[in-house]
Design a protein around this ligand. Structure first.
Ligand code: ATP
Length: 233
């Protein structure tokens, strides 16, 4: 479904991604892990058209995405839940969700379906989003992205700044999304959580994918070496 090959990207003269290759299958959840500055957000920016790669290929179902505008990429089904949620704080939950339908592809997601998927939001739908807890706000951000009927959802640090109980609320909600046909790519700092929530993981370091594998029974020492750099570095 999503296929990335030999991707290079830079900010001005500073190269940041070096030959990144990654595949995400339909319905699959992939966790992207890596320390601060390893290039995870830059990869998301490249996939969503916010940053134009200098080389390589990004294809969704065989269709080239590089060179398309962000809104065209959303139209094709790649939607991001941005770091920090980026809700409109004074707008109601419902209004925030409806904004996600602005670039709506045809599909099954609707306001009612989002509220059925995240029932905690039902009674809160008329409240300003700023009146919600952090975990509830994060569900609104995920729900807003679902309103566009994505094929693949890129989630940038859903648990950032949330209490442990709020993190549980968010990932319990995400479980329902995983049961649908939507593919997920999760950037998650908590490695144990990243492995628990995904079918496969990819670890980035210094702008490269240095390890990929199945999340179930993944070798934690191998991941730790990839994440921090092993003794061979
Ligand atoms: N807008 C920008 N302009 C210049 N350099 C940038 C910009 N954004 C990121 N960088 C640099 O690109 C590199 C990769 O950063 P990126 O934000 O992609 O990493 P990350 O893995 O997402 O990190 P974090 O977990 O801290 O968000 C870093 O060296 C960072 O300083």
């Amino acid at each position: 479904m999503l296929s990335i090959r030999d991707l290079e990207a830079s900010y001005g003269s500073m190269s940041v991604l070096f030959g990144v290759g990654l595949d995400v299958a339909a319905g699959e959840t992939l966790s992207l892990i890596g320390s601060n500055g390893s290039g995870k957000s830059t990869l998301f920016s490249a996939i969503t058209g916010l940053l134009r790669p200098t080389a390589g290929e990004i294809e969704l179902d065989g269709l080239a995405m590089i060179g398309k505008s962000t809104s065209a990429i959303v139209d094709h089904g790649i939607v991001m839940v941005p770091e920090g949620r980026k809700l409109f704080p004074s707008l109601s939950v419902e209004e925030n969700l409806l904004l996600g339908a602005y670039c709506k592809r045809p599909g099954e997601w609707s306001l009612d379906r989002v509220l059925d998927t995240f029932p905690v939001l039902k009674d809160l739908r008329r409240r300003p989003s700023q009146a919600l807890s952090g975990g509830q706000q994060q569900l609104v951000a995920v729900g807003r992205a679902l309103m566009a009927n994505p094929k693949i959802l890129l989630c940038d640090e859903l648990s950032l700044g949330l209490s442990p109980s709020a993190v549980e609320v968010v990932y319990a909600g995400l479980q329902k999304v995983k049961e649908t046909k939507v593919s997920l790519v999760l950037v998650e700092q908590d490695i144990a959580r990243a492995l628990k929530e995904s079918d496969r993981f990819a670890c980035m370091r210094h702008g490269r994918i240095v390890l990929q594998g199945k999340s179930l029974n993944a070798d934690r020492t191998e991941i730790s070496n990839a994440y921090f750099g092993g003794s061979h570095d």
